[in-house]
Design a protein around this ligand. Structure first.
Ligand code: HEM
Length: 493
């Protein structure tokens, strides 16, 4: 789930500082709240323009919007404001709008009816090329990048590696990794929790997905993998010396070599890691993966599983720190489970953590937009979207729709409890895992992994946050805390 930025090489010369800093570090400079509010107001177009003229007699309306700055469009506002940007466009222009973005004119589908129309894709007008054009070099033939029958067959095979029984096995492998690491996190001083969580989830992925061990080889694979992730949202997208793009291409080549060499042993063995499961996955009709398929899927899965779980755990840890009453309530349930082995069923019994995680996914969706491209003319809520348009499906906007949620900006996990179930206000009210045929295949494992991380955290540490602190998210790729999320861990009293 990477990179919304893509081919904006032009942006480099326009914005890069003389020191060669990352574009985002400039765009994300903290400013007083009033300045941010005024900047956000400016995403409302001064002059609304129609995007494409609808065919005569179609009865369709053109998509309203504006291009923004030359070349850059509204890219910088998106990096700074993330889903607050897409919400502001939705408020100003409605559920179907357009903006200049990453060198293209991009249609934004926001709000529950628009996202549903694109994600359910009844006329097969929307393709995954919206992702392919951004990340194909690094995540070639990953499940999310496939379309049509190709996708259907691969998803059926991959599902065999994500059955409830398999996921229970992955959880059993995950918990010991967490228990080795989390109790030892530093206490009594500020810790940047995001990098700690990132290391942790990468370690989980190495052990659970590949049955790998720590050591120099694991380090090299992790580095290659991180290079691919960073390259997918690189601004300079040419194979030039010293660029993140080149490092990503090298990383991809290393990962292909690594998984290809490890594959024969995995095929022959009886392992219960994800890599082994993909080698053996077979549908009742006998469909299975080739060696190349397994390699491509492993590289994509490492990416799909890793940043998303890290962001969710980080956001939930922040909300627990900012709302000590919820932290205490969740901790009481975690401590009541005792020190015995924590399996999937035990994690699923942690009712309060379940509510907190759902609310964190609502307020800080790790994948706030998913990308599509029209392969034929589409009618989207009465608007004409011609073939070839990039479409940004802004699901996180739905999470703030005041027609569905009471006080949408307030942290209120109880809204997901049985007596309220605000998420049932619309089928697309709450869609952090996407929807339609590409809905997240790792939803169960991802939710259990995040629950297990927070459970261990609460059993060993009290989490606090400096008064008045608010996380700032860098939206260059998936939203990550720009400052690493400084929190304090204290011993339990
Ligand atoms: C909290 C964690 C996670 C979140 C919020 C999340 C979110 C998403 C979203 C929004 C999509 C849809 C993309 C689209 O429609 O284009 C997706 C797809 C996918 N995710 Fe996740 N994900 C998470 C964790 C995981 C994990 C742990 C795995 C694997 C172990 C995983 C595997 C996948 C796969 C394979 C797809 C592609 C499905 C397809 O195209 O058929 N995800 N995820």
């Amino acid at each position: 789930m990477v990179g919304v930025l893509g081919n904006v090489e032009v942006a480099v010369s326009a914005v890069r500082t003389a020191t060669g800093e990352r574009l985002s570090s400039v765009v994300l400079t903290p400013m007083p709240g009033g300045v941010d509010r005024r900047l956000l107001e400016r995403v409302r177009p001064r002059r609304v323009e129609p995007l494409d003229a609808p065919p005569a007699g179609s009865g369709l309306a053109p998509v309203p919007g504006d291009a923004g700055l030359p070349f850059l469009g509204h890219t910088l506002s998106y990096i700074r404001f993330g889903s607050a940007f897409t919400r502001a466009r939705w408020a100003a222009l409605g559920p179907v709008s357009w903006c200049g973005f990453a060198g293209e004119h991009v249609v934004i589908a926001a709000g529950p009816d628009a996202t549903r129309a694109v994600l359910t894709n009844p006329d097969k007008a929307y393709s995954q090329d919206g992702w392919r054009f951004l990340v194909d070099e690094f995540f070639h033939r990953g499940l999310m990048l496939l379309d049509g029958d190709d996708h259907r067959v691969h998803r059926r095979v991959m599902q065999e590696a994500f059955t409830a029984e398999r996921v229970r096995g992955y959880v059993d492998r995950t918990v010991p990794v967490l228990r080795e690491t989390i109790p030892g996190w530093p206490r009594g001083r500020q810790v940047r929790l995001y990098p700690e969580l990132k290391r942790l989830t990468l370690d989980v992925a190495t052990r659970v997905f590949m049955d790998g061990r720590s050591g120099p080889e694991a380090e090299e694979v992790n580095r290659a993998f991180m290079d691919c992730v960073q390259a997918a949202s690189a601004i300079v997208r040419r194979d030039l010396p010293g660029t993140r793009y080149r490092a990503g291409l090298r990383g991809r080549a290393l990962l292909e070599r690594y998984f290809t060499e490890a594959l024969p042993a995995k095929r022959a063995g009886e392992g219960d890691d994800l890599f082994s499961a993909l080698c053996r996955a077979r549908t009742p009709e006998g469909e299975a993966f080739t060696d190349d398929d397994v390699v491509n899927h492993m590289i994509f899965l490492m990416m799909a599983a890793h940043d998303t779980s890290t962001i969710t755990s980080a956001a939930a840890a922040y909300y627990l720190a900012a709302h000590p009453e919820w932290q205490e309530r969740a901790r009481a349930e975690s401590l009541a489970l005792g020190d015995g082995p924590t399996d999937a069923a035990a994690l699923q019994s942690l009712h309060t953590l379940d509510l907190v995680i759902k609310e964190s996914l609502r307020l800080a969706a790790p994948v706030p937009v998913v990308m599509r491209r029209t392969v034929k003319d589409a009618a989207l809520l009465g608007h004409h979207v011609p073939a070839g348009r990039l479409v940004m499906v802004a699901g996180a906007v739905n999470h703030h729709d005041p027609a569905i949620w009471t006080d949408p900006d307030v942290f209120d996990p109880e809204r997901f409890a049985a007596h309220r179930r605000e998420d049932r206000g619309h089928r697309d009210a709450w869609i952090p895992f996407g929807g339609g045929v590409h809905k997240c295949l790792g939803m169960l494992f991802g939710s259990l992994e995040v629950t297990a991380i927070l459970h261990e955290l609460l059993r060993h540490h009290r989490v606090t946050v400096a008064p008045g602190y608010r996380p700032r998210w860098d939206n260059t790729s998936l939203p990550v805390p720009a400052d690493g999320l400084p929190l304090r861990l204290e011993p339990l009293r």
